[in-house]
Design a protein around this ligand. Sequence first.
Ligand SMILES: Cc1cc2nc3c(=O)[nH]c(=O)nc-3n(C[C@H](O)[C@H](O)[C@H](O)COP(=O)(O)OP(=O)(O)OC[C@H]3O[C@@H](n4cnc5c(N)ncnc54)[C@H](O)[C@@H]3O)c2cc1C
Length: 429
Amino acid sequence: MSLNTEVAVVGGGIGGLTLGLKLARSKIDVMVIEKLEEPSSIYKGELLQPKSLQIFEKLDVLKDIQCNGFSFSRIAFEEGKNEFFMDYRILPGDYDYAVMIEHEKLKRILLSQALQYPNFQYLSGAFGKGYCDGRLIVERKNRKERLFVKADFYVGAEGRNSITRKEMNSKIKKIDYNHHFLTVTFPRPQSLDEGKIISKDERFLGLFPLPKAKVRSVYLIPKGSYKEFHAKGIDHFHQNYLELFPELKGYVTRLKDWSDIQLMIPTAFYADKYVNGRYAILGDAAHTVHPMAGEGMNMAIQDADILGELYESMYSTGRISPGRLKWYEKVRKPRAEKMISLSHLSALVYSYSNRFITGIRRKGLKQMERDKTLQFKQMLNVSGLGYWSESALDRFVQAGMLPARNRGLSSKAKRNYFYTEKDDYPWKS
Ligand SMILES: Cc1cc2nc3c(=O)[nH]c(=O)nc-3n(C[C@H](O)[C@H](O)[C@H](O)COP(=O)(O)OP(=O)(O)OC[C@H]3O[C@@H](n4cnc5c(N)ncnc54)[C@H](O)[C@@H]3O)c2cc1C
């Protein structure tokens, strides 16, 4: 059997569904091909940064996301006796907060919106096997049925093991880390209503509030120590959390066995090209980041926004040419690479436990608390709303070799570092 569409998207994760919804709204025929038939129970990204919220507002799904998510404005960093806050409210404008939402819930919101458009097709239980003669081969019904999809454009949104990236002959550069994470969601105390990162010597616990009084946690363990950790039993797991945050007594202890606790292996990689002819890749297919800065899913959403807007321009103007896809790579690749570096640096800061590194980390956090420029830069870069590179001067301030600049910037000055419409969609001008 052969099916036709204008844009075929392999993978119905957050990236593929955001693109699918965007194209459906632009009256472009789009088909999303997803191998899973049921929602997945694997934990994935749940933190939506400000830029993603802005994108979702344009797609008319932000209200639904807010209703089903948990909004918060601050992340507290606890390092020994010191506490420092990263506050989203330092960002001018409407998107001065983040939202935590269960990954599968967000997928359901995007999918149900997209299904309202007759030009949106969703094939679940459909495995994208590869490409042959410019067509996508899809296997269904436990791989017993084979069909071919013919499209003007193919987008690989199928995550780390992308078949489209392979077809494009795009190579990846990979970084591995000396640590892994345990991750699990469990009930939380009501008072835990903002993000919290607790670090003590070599230990690290991240806590992010979800709706329905739950919290998603990540706990750092040395690479290769999972089996040993698991063998010590669930009480040992509780103990580790309680030593860092005693307020979790009566909450984390409700986890009775290991069945919900998942091992998360951080890696970072980026592909050397995001487009080739009629093929493009987005999200984890094009880049993965260390989860420390909570950016993976947000980068997929931002890719989908730029690529979707580009297709929209092509189809609405009739200038439908694979050559124009270069614009997508031009905008997104440098931004993704900056984000990989930012997440990598944050990861390094928590990867080593000697007194020297702990001292630097403590000093850095203290200086960040005092220095309004550093605070704004950090928050802006994480938000995705813009980018302002750190300078040598910032590094000296961070190291305590120069005094903190406690004079804040005006909203107007801050907005100068936001991406403009022209930065996001340069082909329009
Ligand atoms: C275990 C884990 C935990 C994570 N935790 C965090 C976190 O805490 N914070 C954060 O920001 N990020 C986290 N991430 C990363 C984040 O979830 C991803 O960056 C984000 O989901 C990327 O979205 P995506 O749509 O590009 O890819 P994915 O979410 O991987 O979606 C790809 C989709 O394609 C489907 N698929 C794959 N191959 C095929 C095929 N051949 N044919 C058809 N369908 C296919 C898959 O079933 C999946 O639905 C985590 C990732 C993992 C794996």
